[in-house]
Design a protein around this ligand. Sequence first.
Ligand code: SF4
Length: 170
Amino acid sequence: MNLINATLVNLYHICHREMWLHHHGIRMEHTSEVVYEGKLIGETTYNERAVSNRQVELDGVKIDYYDPKTKTVHETKKSDKMEGAHVAQVKYYLYILNRNGINGAQGLIEYPRLRERTRVEFDPENDGAEVESWLADIGRILGQEQCPPVLNKPVCKRCSYYDFCYSGEE
Ligand code: SF4
């Protein structure tokens, strides 16, 4: 059973504290308008593609859109910024596919708000080693008893845990 999922890989690249809180069942997402809107866009954009493509689940990891004809993982992000965390998440999917014998797959991240898209390649040797190093570090952080410290970065202002993290401050 795979205890690490794509959400954790994504959060690992944003904030270790958020990843730890999410993993330990402390959830605030339902109160976050940003996350809600993101879900909405994910559910209502490109829904034609949902018909022609397949959802796959490998090692307990669910990939929402994988087109087997073109060997492409499609990921939609509502964000108004292209982020490394999105690429990392898709690289993780490609890693899981590769580990299950599906070689040569690529990723395509689509940003409806930006009308942009970015391709993600996966080199089994280099990218595979990189993903494995993330997984080892994620396991180490999640195993810590203490929640990692607050980031104090601009991203905190848009985070659903903002009140939780900063409620003790003036
Ligand atoms: S508010 Fe900042 S420190 Fe707290 S979980 Fe979110 S990003 Fe991390």
